[in-house]
Design a protein around this ligand. Structure first.
Ligand SMILES: [Zn+2]
Ligand SMILES: [Zn+2]
Length: 288
């Protein structure tokens, strides 16, 4: 490895212990906790106006907190209803525009459902839509990176290879790898050091080694059935082998951001950060 890769840990949304339920208070709390990142949760709708977004931007810069944003859940770029596709595009564009005002570069989104369509057909539809959304954002001069997320259910578009392929084929698109989702989507698979390493090898194979230094990830506990994700859990309550995952991130030289979407938001984000630091100090932090 050349130099030291930096991994920022943070919360999906405002920490529970923040003084107020505002993004600015959330950023201050993230800094006070010693975390380095926060994802703005625009998951129901994008309600933030321009003035608040600029205040959020200033606060994140002053507190050295790396911001990202999660677009609304109600996005389905494979809807049979053209009106729903249009509304999905608008939601993602709006999330990206507000994210840019906040100084957030990465915009996470859930792309689509398969319904009964063959995955390759869905892939082409999703690709055409994401490509045109990325072009639109570029035309507006916005420096944002669209991050389609690996999904937690086999019925949802977002297998690892689909997300990596989109990232390879479209400028301005990179993956959001939700490791809990990969684990749930595989009904309990993707849960060992070797399997986590294979995911990272796949990222490198399709996107190149630079992609490993600029990863955006979600890590939390998860409950699942054969049909995939049921709900998020705390790390303690789940079977996700997060220490092995963190060790793989260290050994593969992964940099970027780890956002924790646990119900025990900041406690688990801190647990991941602390564990990562102690593993890194123990082993010196490189497979080379
Ligand atoms: Zn998500
Ligand atoms: Zn996620």
């Amino acid at each position: 490895m050349i130099g030291e890769t930096v991994l920022s840990f943070g919360t999906a949304g405002i920490p529970h212990s923040a003084e107020k339920r505002s993004s600015v208070a959330g950023i201050a709390r993230v800094r006070a906790l010693g975390l380095d990142a926060m994802e703005l949760e625009f998951v129901r709708r994008v309600a933030m106006g321009g003035k608040s977004a600029r205040a959020v931007c200033t606060s994140a810069r002053d507190n050295r907190v790396r911001l990202s944003a999660h677009a609304p859940y109600y996005i389905n770029l494979n809807s049979q209803d053209p009106e729903k596709v249009r509304a999905s595009r608008e939601r993602l564009l709006k999330a990206a525009r507000v994210a840019a005002l906040c100084g957030a570069r990465n915009v996470v989104f859930h792309a689509a459902y398969y319904h009964d369509d063959p995955p390759p057909v869905v892939y082409e539809r999703v690709k055409a839509q994401v490509q045109s959304i990325a072009e639109q954002l570029r035309a507006e001069g916005l420096n944002v990176c669209l991050r389609p997320e690996t999904s937690g259910r086999p019925s949802q578009f977002g297998a690892l290879d689909e997300i990596l392929q989109l990232s390879a084929e479209i400028d301005g698109v990179s993956p959001c790898v939700d490791f809990a989702h990969l684990h749930a989507r595989a009904a309990g698979g993707v849960n060992t050091y070797a399997e986590f390493g294979a995911v990272l090898d796949r990222v490198e194979e399709i996107l190149g080694v630079d992609a490993l230094q600029d990863m955006h990830m979600h890590v939390q506990g998860i409950a699942y059935t054969q049909a995939g994700e049921r709900r998020h859990l705390t790390l303690a309550a789940s079977d996700l082998r997060y220490e092995e995952l963190l060790q793989a991130l260290i050994d593969w030289g992964v940099g970027g951001t780890v956002i924790c979407e646990s119900p025990s938001l900041e406690a688990d984000a801190l647990l991941l950060q602390r564990t990562h630091h102690s593993l890194r100090n123990k082993r010196g932090g490189s497979k080379d």
